[in-house]
Design a protein around this ligand. Structure first.
Ligand SMILES: [Cu+2]
Length: 186
């Protein structure tokens, strides 16, 4: 069953991250830029509509977004806060699994409260031998005053409970999470 397989793959990826965070990051094993139970990345031409999201310290506007099964949405996300925020599509479990990695970026001075330190990221990349760009298809890490676009195809399985959350340390815990609600009519 694909669902089970994906879930197991995800758990395996998490264990890998705990054991060797940087290598797992390099391989992009974490979110699977290839899709999973949470959906998959898409191109703008596949999007049926655009949804605008504004990020504040520490909450999203709107806090809930209706989606249809299998729908592709282009998200225009703007950070109107004073802190760096993330728009990350996934399950609560995926978000929890992503947190240690974000904490690691904070520990290495790459992720500051109000900016992403590219020099520190470069230094860390050099030391680790791979990119620390934090480039995942299902998430966007956005500095204050900046915007980003994310195009995402939602799964056909509407049983999957999906959220958009910010895994910058402390933010998710303080309530920076919103919910995707599947339209009953979809
Ligand atoms: Cu945040």
């Amino acid at each position: 069953m694909p669902f089970t397989t994906t879930l197991r793959g995800c758990v395996a990826a998490t264990l890998m991250i705990l054991a060797a965070p940087v290598i797992a990051h390099a391989a992009g094993a974490h979110d699977g830029g290839h899709g999973g139970i949470h959906g998959q990345p898409a191109t703008a031409s596949a999007a049926s509509r655009t949804v605008e999201v504004i990020m504040h310290d520490n909450y999203y506007e709107p806090e809930a977004i209706s989606v249809r099964a299998g729908e592709t949405i282009r998200f225009k996300v703007r950070n109107a806060g004073a802190l760096v925020h993330e728009f990350n599509i996934g399950t609560a479990q995926m978000h929890a699994e992503h947190m240690p990695e974000m904490q690691m970026m904070v520990d290495h001075g790459v992720l500051k409260a109000d900016r992403f330190d590219r020099e520190a990221a470069k230094a860390m990349s050099k030391a680790m031998g791979h990119s620390m760009d934090h480039d995942y298809a299902n998430s966007a890490l956005i500095e204050p005053g900046k915007s980003a676009e994310l195009i995402w195809t939602f799964p056909k399985n509407t049983e999957v409970r999906l959220d958009f959350g910010c895994t910058v340390p402390g933010h998710y815990e303080s309530g920076m999470v919103g919910s995707f609600e599947f339209d009953a009519g979809s």
